[in-house]
Design a protein. Structure first.
Length: 58
């Protein structure tokens, strides 16, 4: 399963990434809304974990 984490706080995204990868998931990170949208458009993603207050996207 491919998971995209869209989170601007590197401590939080790193924590989530380490935990999910330890369970065998493939994890990608995006630090803002624009990057997250681009990754969704161009890459296959099964699940998105989204920060509600990310830069550049309402």
């Amino acid at each position: 399963m491919r998971i995209l984490i869209v989170e601007d706080d590197r401590r939080i995204s790193g924590f989530l990434r380490r935990g999910l990868e330890a369970e065998g998931y493939h994890v990608q990170l995006a630090e803002d809304g624009r990057d997250g949208l681009e990754r969704i458009r161009h890459e296959s993603v099964d699940l998105v974990i989204l920060d509600r207050m990310i830069p550049y996207v309402d």
